[in-house]
Design a protein around this ligand. Structure first.
Ligand code: BES
Ligand code: MN
Ligand code: ZN
Length: 496
């Protein structure tokens, strides 16, 4: 998976495919590249001056060059106006450019740095993340015709020696890009190949690689801790549940302890409140919050911020069976609150409430959970913005800033006390569903009850974790949403 990223002039490389970002206001070509034959340079310039190339973001013009040109092919990638260039545009342009030549044998990519309004380091980080995103293929189980995109190198074609060194930004981009792909890999695995036990193994392996401590609890341990809510979801399945904890300890202590908590339902049938068959296969992605947490922990372990972080992933399978939880059952959560389970398909909040209690037991001073929690979030926000819920405005603002930095979109949702009324139970402290209105908000309120006074925020990512349509920069499948935001959030907390 890993490939070499570096900075060098073109004539010191073996680049086969050159990516040139093109601005809309960019009639003239970038400065001539040493190592490119003059004829090739002229050809590129001719296209740049023509109406064919608008430079609009998303435009891609691939050119094959004759033997001896210096590179085999050039991709002119429109990136919009220079003064409005964003990291997202570069990330998507690089990913789309690499994907567009994917099966052609292109392996060694060069990119002409054209920063526009971006800092050179932001440009480099975004391009490296884009290259990593392009290298993920969701059809890994295809026996024939699988056309994985293999990247051996991405080189920033820096013209002179005094060009700013981009090494640190390149490294950060690689760490984040690889971690996003790690999350995408986990989310893409089908339910039969990624049980809670398997998820714990992958977490353990990742933790060993990057040097995180781990602790994996089985069913007996959960029972000892009083996690009846989590166990109520796990009961119906023959697969054992796991509570996966990974820990990053800051050198020198670090004051606060941030807990990142991710929903890890490896398959959600709905349980006795069974889901309809249509689209049920998608419910393998119900562990995307957990995958994002593990991806972020992987990045954090390598970026080494000065703050303690624990990543907690409660994981089980939500199945119907003769042993499964029934609608109407009442359980006592780890925190002591009793829960009437009205609908067994509202299982995410049941596993998360015990994970939140566990995070508090471990000394968390800040709680951020990520979950594919409700279908209703797509009704409220469509498919662009994840929902952000919090009872702590500073934390919500920090997460919004982190999401902006990571080029992920999150939008604040309300949590007024009126919504709490909707999850009052007739026989217990709380019930797990709140009726047909404001489904994402009542779900968030349920979680809030368990956070108590600890600063807490919740991201409902059910609408953004899975990309339903092929796009030039991203195939149908898992997006890795949340890895970037969580990583940026932790890095920024450590800096303040
Ligand atoms: N995992 C689902 C939410 C979901 C739906 C994720 C669609 C991704 C795409 C969650 O466990 C669930 O089933 N939620 C129910 C809640 C309801 C029973 C109150 C829902 O959204 O229908
Ligand atoms: Mn469900
Ligand atoms: Zn679910």
């Amino acid at each position: 998976m890993a490939f070499i990223c570096d900075c060098r002039p073109l004539n010191h490389t073996t680049v086969d495919t050159l990516i040139i970002p093109v601005f809309t206001d960019d009639a003239s070509a970038p400065q001539a590249l040493d190592g490119l034959a003059p004829a090739a340079d002229d050809r590129i310039r001719a296209i740049l001056g023509s109406p064919e190339m608008s430079g609009k973001s998303g435009q891609l013009i691939p050119l094959r060059l004759p033997v001896g040109a210096g590179v085999e092919r050039v991709i002119l990638a429109g990136v919009g106006a220079a003064e409005k260039l964003t990291a997202q545009t570069i990330r998507e342009a690089v990913a789309a450019a690499i994907r567009s030549v994917g099966p052609s044998g292109a392996r060694r990519f060069g990119i002409v740095p054209r920063y526009g309004s971006l800092a050179p380091t932001d440009f480099a980080q975004a391009a490296v993340i884009g290259a990593h995103l392009a290298s993920f293929a969701p059809d890994s189980y295809r026996s024939e015709d699988a056309r994985p995109i293999r990247i051996e190198a991405l080189t920033f074609l820096t013209p002179t020696a005094d060009h700013p060194r981009l090494d640190e930004a390149i490294r950060r981009g690689s760490v984040i890009g690889e971690s996003i792909n790690f999350a995408r890999f986990l989310v893409n695995e089908p339910g039969n190949r990624l049980t809670p036990t398997d998820l714990a193994h992958h977490a353990q392996e990742m933790a060993n690689e990057v040097g995180l401590q781990t602790e994996i609890l089985n069913e007996d341990k959960m029972r000892d801790l009083g996690m009846e809510a989590l166990l109520a979801v796990a009961r119906g399945s023959t697969e054992e549940p796991r509570l996966i904890t990974t820990r990053y300890a800051a050198a020198g202590g670090g004051g606060e302890t941030i807990a990142l908590i991710g929903k890890g339902i490896t398959f959600d049938t709905g349980g006795i409140s069974l889901k309809p068959a249509e689209n049920m296969e998608k419910m393998k992605y119900d562990m995307a919050g957990g995958a994002a947490v593990l991806g972020a922990m992987r990045a954090i372990a390598q970026l080494k911020p000065g703050v303690n972080v624990i990543g907690i992933v409660p994981s089980c399978e939500n199945m119907p069976s003769g042993k499964a939880t029934r609608p109407g059952d009442v359980v006592r959560s780890m925190l002591g609150k009793t829960i009437e389970i009205i609908n067994t398909d509202a299982e995410g909040r049941l596993i998360l409430c015990d994970a939140i209690a566990y995070a508090r037991r471990l000394g968390a001073t800040c709680l951020v959970d990520l979950a594919t929690l409700t279908g209703a979030i797509a009704i409220a926000l469509g498919l662009r913005y994840a929902g952000l819920f919090s009872h702590h405005s500073d934390l919500a603002e920090d997460l919004q800033a982190a999401a902006r930095a990571a080029d992920e979109r999150i939008w604040p949702m309300p949590l007024d006390r009126e919504y709490r009324e909707l999850i009052k139970s007739d026989i217990a402290d709380i019930k797990n569903v709140g009726g047909k209105h404001g489904g994402s908000i009542t779900a968030a309120w349920f979680l809030r009850e368990f956070a108590g006074d600890v600063p807490w925020a919740h991201l409902d990512i059910a609408n953004v974790a899975w990309n339903a349509e092929n796009k030039p920069h991203m195939p149908k499948g898992p997006t890795g949403f949340g890895v970037g935001t969580l990583t940026e959030f932790v890095m920024a907390r450590a800096r303040r």
